[in-house]
Write a protein that binds this ligand. Sequence first.
Ligand code: FAD
Ligand code: SIN
Length: 545
Amino acid sequence: MATDTTVQSFNSSHDVLILGSGAAGLTCALHLPQSLRVAVVSKGELAGGSTLYAQGGISAVLDQGDSLASHIQDTLAAGDGLCREKAVKFAVTEGPDAVRWLINQGVPFTADNNSKTEGLHLTREGGHSHRRVIHAEDRTGKAVETTLEALTRQAPNIEVFEHHLAIDLIVDHEGEETRCAGAWLLNQQTGNVTTLSANATVLACGGANMVYRYSSNPHSSTGDGIAMAWRAGCRIANMEFMQFHPTCLYHPSARGFLLTEAIRGEGGKLLLPDGTRFMESYHPQAELAPRDIVARAIDAEMKKCGAEHIWLDISHRDESFIKEHFPGVYERCMELGLDMTKEPLPVVPAAHYTCGGVLTDLQGRTDLAQLYAVGETASTGLHGANRMASNSLLECIVYGRAAAKNIASRDLDESNKPAPHWDDSRVSEEDEAVIVSHNWHELRKLMWDYVGIVRSNDRLERAQNRLSLLRKEIEDYYSKYRVSPDFIELRNLLQVADLIVKSAAIRKESRGLHFNRDYPEKRPGARATVLTPANTASYSNTPEW
Ligand code: FAD
Ligand code: SIN
């Protein structure tokens, strides 16, 4: 494809364009004043993304016996020296109010007759030294996403574009000024490309966890927001810190189905094939150690005894307790013939969360004027080298609101300039979709095998060599054929894989989620990995790390 450099009339124009309709995108949309015309774009159904599948909950200090200082301390400890302290303080301090906003919108959180916790049931997860995870049974994401979806559909100022896939951001250069002027969207039902111009654009596209062969995420997590921001000239931070969730179901029909950490929070034990516990020898918090430690311990134990999975056992708790607290997991397991009230469940780690992303400040602003990033796409600095459980939905709500406030405070009066049309007149229909599907599998397998839980210099070099071959093929394909959704996602996954491998190769130590066998120690003086694209030079916003 190529864009026509001559300026033509645009298809559609809004004050604010939000790419992504998970917790981050919808929170941002619902906090914008009704005087602004807002477009919310989703490449699938409006209710989707990882948010819909979130199980455990949202962390926030609501128990009178808990404290903001303790939540801050736990987050910094999990982040292993790399959190940006002001981003942590901001998220934690705003947390209780963000949760109250969700309650006021009607999210049905699980209640508890306890006046000291504002009447909410709080569960516990890895890394938290206190019970502070607010949840809706084990289907928190569904409760949040469907509530926000209904409100979005009712809002008179919000126009929804479902099944529209953003291909790239429109970057407008005028004199000294460079800004984001909107995005090109592929309508997946008609195949047409729409030019949607806006005075503020928000990337809320979720993470990039589909870059790995096994993942807990839905198909949508293909790193589109991160790849589009990189191509538009934004800096990307800390991509080597990809989080693997320790306990995903090992089952041929449901590989990657998450078994929430709250199961361990409520007493679930990890067992070797012979039934022995092992986590106590890895960390004083045993099963509730930070995720990187649990996932690596499982990986090491599986390799040691040649097992294809280990076990997660909560069958010692009352049947009624299990059914009441984990109805979603219980029902899914029963469909698969597994009864968690009576037997342990087979589990393996799988790619779960992208800690790095588009570098932003505390208002979600990126390097490029008029471009914001929120939620899993962004790197605010909250998670550092390892995200603590349930801090992600917290980040989506807190930073979604902060970005909306910043956009509302700006003067968006200037009328949209016509943006360039997408021009695919010089390319033809793809003739061999097998190239795309083959490369999807090859990429995800090579990332799993070479850039997974444990890395080495040799594996990273092999990954880099293979990625450069794939890149040549993809560029060649892009110059010849009309884009398809699978191709756009593959191109983005490849871009993100490249950023992950480059970042991992730069880090000559092991820290948080990044473990390199050739540098097993942590070096003094933690430093973020910030990659800068070649086309950044003239950009005006520059959030500091
Ligand atoms: P998402 O919810 O992933 O939404 C992304 C949106 O962007 C989607 O609407 C998608 O269609 C759209 N999109 C993507 N690319 C494009 C494109 N090119 N064009 C148009 N639209 C696009 N975190 C917690 O804090 N607590 C939990 O209990 C928890 N449990 C989890 C359980 C599971 C199974 C998973 C997968 C994750 C869990 N997480 C949890 C992580 C958390 O759910 C996510 O980090 C969070 O929901 C991300 O929200 P988001 O709004 O940034 O993105
Ligand atoms: C889970 O429920 O285990 C997921 C929690 C999270 O990823 O924050």
